[in-house]
Design a protein around this ligand. Structure first.
Ligand SMILES: [Zn+2]
Length: 102
């Protein structure tokens, strides 16, 4: 997998650029009572769709659904995405957003 070169002005708009800059994306179900969420595997996404694939919501949405809602027959495409800057820790545990000053 050959990551793209970083050029400026920097646009964080492709799978390859997010991988090259250490950004991550999480996907969230918006159905009441579900709120299922997960981390997007950008390496797998890049292998499947290509590193030039866009990472705006309109680019990602067709490729994702909520498995919990699908299993129960509820609408499974009420999903949204959050872009996370490079950070310490797992983006899904929320701990990286907390200040640990003592
Ligand atoms: Zn759901």
């Amino acid at each position: 997998m050959r990551l793209p070169e970083i050029t400026y002005p920097l646009a964080l708009d492709t799978v390859g650029i997010l991988l090259a800059t250490g950004h991550e994306i999480s996907v969230h179900c918006g159905n009441d009572g579900c709120w299922h969420r997960g981390k997007v595997d950008l390496v797998a996404l890049g292998e499947r769709l290509g590193l030039d694939h866009g990472t705006l919501e309109k680019d990602l949405k067709p490729h994702f659904y909520c498995p919990k809602c699908r299993a129960t027959g509820r609408p499974d495409r009420n999903i949204s995405f959050i872009l996370h800057p490079p950070s310490k820790g797992n983006i899904m545990d929320g701990a990286h957003t907390l200040s640990r000053r003592r």
